[in-house]
Design a protein around this ligand. Structure first.
Ligand SMILES: *[C@@H]1O[C@H](CO)[C@@H](O)[C@H](O)[C@H]1NC(C)=O
Length: 200
């Protein structure tokens, strides 16, 4: 094989491997609402901060990890659904004050590692949702269950005597960090209207 042919093959392989990694592409950074929807759909878990009701953190911010889903893979709604039990610390906080914030980052996907972006870099896109956690019932609970159990199959086997229930994070403001120049504020209306997927 000639050196030129070898080099061409290496380039082709590199291109192919990049394309596998970029099956799902992040929307352009000037479209913050779409970036937010993209992050909310790619992420499987978030850090949720509540106002603590537990000593010695009483009245202080308290953040903890939660699995969530905004819809089955490939059909995100933008609404983060949660599966919670009253036995859990942060859920006990929410029963006193349902206000919370939820932060999620592409650091939990391959994207930031592949691009070489540190999790604290704004280029490693991350969002913070502020709002409150509300229980859902009826058809919305059925949708929450489908969304969560399809992406977190282990949930189905969680102890039945723990009183699990479905919730949604009711978003009042979206904060987007996906580029230099500071945070971008996106209203819930803009967020829910945006498409997380590239337009064809
Ligand atoms: C849910 O969020 C909307 C804004 O998207 C807000 O107007 C509404 O008051 C919130 N509902 C509750 C119960 O917090």
């Amino acid at each position: 094989m000639s050196a030129l042919l070898r080099a061409s093959c290496a380039l082709l392989l590199l291109w192919l491997s990049r394309c596998c990694g970029c099956r799902v592409r992040i929307p352009p950074h000037d479209q913050a609402a779409r970036v937010a929807r993209f992050v909310a759909h790619q992420c499987d878990w978030a850090s949720m901060a509540t106002v603590s009701t537990h000593a010695p953190a009483l009245g202080r911010p308290f953040s903890n990890v939660f699995s969530f889903s905004d819809g089955p893979q490939g059909s995100g709604t933008g609404v983060p659904y949660l599966y919670l039990t009253p036995m859990e610390l942060s859920v006990q906080d929410l029963q006193v004050d349902s206000q919370a914030s939820l932060s999620m980052s592409l650091a939990q996907t391959d994207y930031c590692r592949q691009q070489g972006f540190d999790p604290q870099s704004p280029l490693c896109a991350h969002i913070i949702l502020t709002g409150s956690v509300l229980q859902v019932t009826g058809l919305e609970a059925e949708f929450a269950q489908k969304s969560l159990f399809s992406r977190h199959p282990e949930m189905e086997a969680w102890p039945p005597d723990h009183g699990w229930f479905f919730c949604k994070f009711n978003i009042t403001q979206v904060w987007v960090l996906d580029y230099f120049g500071g945070v971008k504020l996106v209203s819930p209306e803009e967020y829910f209207q945006a498409s997380p997927h590239p337009k064809h």
